[in-house]
Design a protein around this ligand. Structure first.
Ligand code: IPE
Ligand code: IPE
Ligand code: MG
Length: 247
């Protein structure tokens, strides 16, 4: 299946999401946090579908951060199990929808079982290209920069040859364009160590909506906000540059 991304520049090519608020969603219902994580998987499946429908070719989601090991053992093992269960439940449908799954993060620290499930999902979908769904698992933006530097050094890159473009090639998501739109649900206004290098010029959208409540309508609200933004990348707008020429 070949990618048919929208050529409309008001639609982001790459959306990155910090899927936050699962625990609070469950607590509000007097349920254990794990129930919120499970509801969060359903939300993700819906959002993937919505991104496919809207012609967004890259979606990257923060599923487990380098810092989430600080959570109680029970929650961490629940999240690991949920990943395995979710992949076995949804993989066939994702595959038939043309979704390619890719994983970024420090896989050395995760159990063999989890690594196997992630590897299998990547392999099973490697020929798909309608939407690349990157699952950031045991990922941290600082880890990514360090691992890229390490790889560059291992490849024998000389200090004088180190540049932004050269280092970019070693970043975990070198296969994707930088995120255009960075969404964080759950009301917190911070990056929490997600895609630090890659989001240098992403448009940031923060919403109070808790991740299990995030749906296609919420995605459309974020996309509408994105479409209203004027991206300048450090330059000036077309209007401003006209004014300057006229002056
Ligand atoms: C995000 O939801 C999911 C993960 C970090 C795995 P949280 O679990 O952080 O939910 P809140 O922020 O405590 O509500
Ligand atoms: C960020 O959420 C990580 C994921 C969504 C996987 P956190 O809930 O871990 O972030 P903080 O602790 O509020 O910064
Ligand atoms: Mg949280």
């Amino acid at each position: 299946m070949s990618a048919t991304p929208s050529s409309d520049s008001s639609i982001p090519r790459h959306v990155a999401i910090v899927m936050d608020g699962n625990g609070r969603w469950a607590s509000k219902r007097f349920m254990p946090r794990g129930v919120g994580h499970k509801a969060g998987v359903d939300s993700l499946v819906n959002v993937v579908r919505a991104c496919v429908d809207r012609g967004i070719p890259y979606l990257t989601v923060f599923a487990f951060s380098s810092e989430n090991w600080k959570r109680p053992e029970e929650e961490v093992s629940g999240l690991m199990n949920l990943l395995i269960v979710a992949l076995s439940k949804h993989l066939i449908k994702l595959k038939s929808d043309g979704v390619r799954i890719r994983v970024v993060g420090d896989s050395a620290q995760v159990s063999d079982k989890v690594r196997q499930a992630l590897d299998d999902a990547e392999r099973a979908t490697e020929h798909n290209s309608k939407l690349v769904l990157t699952v950031a698992f045991n990922y941290g933006g600082r880890w990514d920069i360090v691992q890229a530097c390490r790889k560059a050094m291992e490849a024998g890159l000389e200090p004088a040859d180190l540049s932004e473009a050269a280092l970019s090639k070693y970043m975990a998501m070198a296969y994707a364009p930088d995120p255009d739109l960075f969404i964080r649900t759950g009301g917190e206004v911070r990056l929490s160590n997600f895609l630090l290098w890659q989001s240098a010029y992403a448009e940031l959208v923060f919403t109070e909506c808790l991740w299990p409540d995030f749906d296609a309508a919420e995605l459309d609200r974020a996309l509408a906000e994105y479409a209203r933004r004027e991206r300048r990348f450090g330059g000036v707008t077309a209007d401003q540059s006209n004014t300057r020429e006229e002056a």
